[in-house]
Write a protein that binds this ligand. Structure first.
Ligand code: 5RP
Length: 232
């Protein structure tokens, strides 16, 4: 990670950990920035003898939280999430997001949906005027439905591609055992709300990486180590 970028991510991570209070149930996001926050939370809990229960959004964050000494719950045992934190791949001026570079967006959305506060941790490189300009939109799909879902994405104006493994032959398999189609839009997503509804109405789509009107706060870490705090 470039040094300035790492410092920016760390600043955003530390900012959200300062918002966490003793006794809270906290949604633990996935990705490099959320991982920095999980590590910082574990350190603060040890230092201040704090009690927090984490609800992880992936096998990756579950394993990291365990290593960091953060006790874990599930939505069955800890359904009322006080604060969920997570990274994002893009954030527009309305605090709408694209997530899912790590293919964890379905669980991330489930955990964030019930949270009182959903705090996004990014650096400045993730800010865009229009969603879909830097990153493709990830769509989690039942394997037998890949062809019709790709046709649906083409009809929406996207160029869909099945995400392939890097250190595994064949498609990336999500924590749910499904596949991911990445949909690139030429000049960004013209109407994210239509894409959201159309995809959710398409059989075989589990969920997609558009997070519309969900973030309550965005912590933008700057290379200087400062944080710009955006609120809905
Ligand atoms: C994983 C995600 C991540 O939160 C998102 O990709 C940001 O990751 P990073 O903090 O590593 O840039 O959505 O599915």
């Amino acid at each position: 990670m470039v040094e300035g970028r790492k410092q920016a991510k760390m600043a955003a991570a530390e900012a959200v950990v300062r918002l966490i209070q003793d006794g809270m149930t906290v949604g633990l996001g996935t990705g490099s920035t959320a991982s920095l926050a999980i590590e910082a939370l574990g350190l603060r809990m040890k230092r201040e003898n704090m009690h927090v229960t984490g609800v992880p959004t992936s096998f990756a964050s579950e394993r990291l939280a365990r290593d960091c000494g953060v006790p874990l719950g599930t939505l069955d045992t800890h359904g009322d999430i006080d604060l969920a934190f997570d990274g994002a791949d893009e954030c527009d001026p309305g605090l709408n997001l694209i997530k899912g570079r790590g293919a964890a967006h379905t669980r991330e959305k489930i955990v964030a949906f019930g949270a009182t506060r959903f705090v996004i941790l990014i650096d400045e490189s993730k800010r865009v005027d229009r969603l879909g300009t830097l990153m493709p939109l990830p769509v989690e799909v039942v394997p037998m439905a890949v062809a019709p879902v790709m046709n649906c994405l083409r009809a929406l104006g996207a160029h869909p591609e099945l995400r392939m493994g890097r250190k595994k032959d064949g498609p990336v398999v999500t924590d749910q055992g499904l596949w991911v189609v990445d949909a690139q839009f030429d000049a960004g997503i013209p109407d994210p709300a239509i894409v959201d509804r159309t995809l959710l109405d398409t059989p075989g789509v589990l969920d997609h990486g558009l997070f519309l009107n969900m973030a309550t706060d965005v912590m933008v870490g700057l290379d200087t180590g400062d944080v710009e705090h955006l609120r809905r």
